[in-house]
Design a protein around this ligand. Structure first.
Ligand SMILES: [Fe+2]
Length: 431
């Protein structure tokens, strides 16, 4: 970077350049423990190879920020376009693991080249407002793929009978011996009208938010109670011991059929020995006090029914989370990358552990807020076109980069998805 040019940068653009460098370096650090063979594998349709994540996130900057065909080798664009029909054809998702070329070395070298180009146009002040919006979107997009990189490689490594660790040196997530589980405390809330959602970005608000979080709007929330903390591994083990996976009346029909077809007896990564679970650090003893994770929404819903409760709506969840600091067990460099027993609430009537640890399934379908508008252009395909057959999750997880989520953040997956770090918090109607 030339010092002369840098002096013409606005403080916002200078800060963006710093954040861009840190973001791209973090993705490289996440991939560093993996061999080229690890980075190649695709274990199922929902997951992508690490190499593809490294390349696809780079394609995003080339396509939407640089918009320069010379910045990508011939033929690669089709391989790396995930689902943007406005950006041309894309390679079938399930076949990403067959792409042995380009090699990992070529992809990493290309990342460096694209980074140099992006930083050059940014630091020379050559990005107009639309490209700056795309750059910010691309950075949020890469953070989402950082989480997917972890969840996808975890699934791939779990498929290997050797049970290899992503990182042997991850700190043990186990809580202190003898730590008391305080049991569920219910936080009662009267009927009220709340505002949820985020101001429309970049038009109405300074802070980044995805289009699906806006507009901010009012919702009538009936009287209800929400659990102070998420459901723990110990509580989910009680559900299993009580025949939860054998009791069809606890399950939605689609979930019951799927559970029978797939032979589900426990959460995705729990060992049949009843003691261990597969983590990014390999097979480890389960912490009974940590939030349960790797549930699909059907399992979360069945547990809630067994417990005489239900899943919260996203408005109930956001109302509770809005009072909390966005802090928790996120995917910092020295973090366990697994759920840990949450810190106690700051006071008796405050919710605990709303952010980080495990995404929390809600009972809310992923649909548009009233007045929703997709972003203009091809980037409008980012979120809005997936509003069918999916459910909202809230709060982030132990694989989410710190700073990525907020109270209004809406994640979404099909109710059958189990490979994300997703658990639940109970809610119930008043009375
Ligand atoms: Fe993507």
């Amino acid at each position: 970077m030339s010092v002369t040019n840098a002096t013409f940068l606005s403080p916002q653009e200078a800060a963006l350049a710093v954040r861009y460098r840190a973001l791209r370096a973090r993705t490289r650090r996440l991939a560093a423990p993996l061999s080229p063979e690890d980075a190649q594998v695709q274990s199922m349709h929902d997951a992508s190879p690490t190499k593809w994540h490294l390349a696809h996130t780079t394609w995003f900057f080339v396509r939407f920020v640089l918009d320069d065909p010379s910045a990508i080798p011939e033929g690669w664009a089709r391989l790396l376009n995930s689902y943007y029909t406005g950006a041309g054809e894309s390679h079938p998702r399930l076949l990403r693991g067959l792409l042995t070329r380009p090699t990992l070395e070529q992809v990493l070298a290309w990342r460096d080249d694209v980074d140099a180009r992006v930083l050059r146009v940014l630091e020379e002040g050559r990005l107009d407002d639309a490209r700056l919006v795309a750059l910010r979107m691309g950075m949020q997009h890469e953070e989402q793929h950082q989480e997917l990189l972890l969840t996808d490689i975890k699934h791939a490594l779990w498929c290997n009978p050797l049970g290899p660790a992503y990182r042997e040196d991850l700190p043990a997530p186990h809580s202190a011996p003898g730590r008391a589980d305080p049991g569920v405390r219910w936080l009662h809330r009267d009927e009220t009208v709340v505002e949820i959602g985020a101001p429309r970005w970049p038009d109405d608000g300074a802070e980044f938010a995805f289009d699906i979080e806006s507009p901010r709007h009012r919702v009538l929330v009936p009287a209800h109670a929400i659990a102070q903390r998420p459901v723990t591994n110990a509580e989910f083990a009680e559900f299993i011991a009580d025949g939860g996976y054998d009791t069809p009346t606890l399950w939605l029909a689609d979930g019951w059929d799927l559970a029978q077809r797939e032979g589900w007896r426990r959460p995705l990564y729990w060992h049949e020995d009843g003691v261990r679970e597969f983590t990014l650090g390999g097979w480890r003893e389960r912490d009974p006090h940590a939030p349960v994770c790797h549930l699909c929404q059907y399992e979360a819903d069945a547990f809630a029914r067994w417990a005489g409760a239900r899943l919260p709506t996203e408005a109930e969840w956001e109302m509770a989370a809005s009072a909390c600091e966005v802090d928790g067990n996120f995917a910092d460099d020295d973090a366990p990358l697994h759920t840990v027993a949450p810190r106690p609430a700051v006071d008796a009537d405050a919710p605990a552990d709303m952010f980080g640890n495990a995404w929390e399934w809600t009972c809310s379908p992923y649909v548009a807020y009233p007045g929703f508008r997709v972003l203009p252009g091809i980037l409008g395909e980012y979120n809005g076109k997936f509003m069918s057959g999916q459910v909202v999750l809230r709060g982030g997880s132990c694989a989410t980069p710190r700073g990525h989520v907020r109270a209004s953040y809406r994640n979404f997956f099909p109710p059958s998805a189990r490979w994300q770090f997703a658990g639940l918090r109970l809610a119930k109607d008043a009375g």
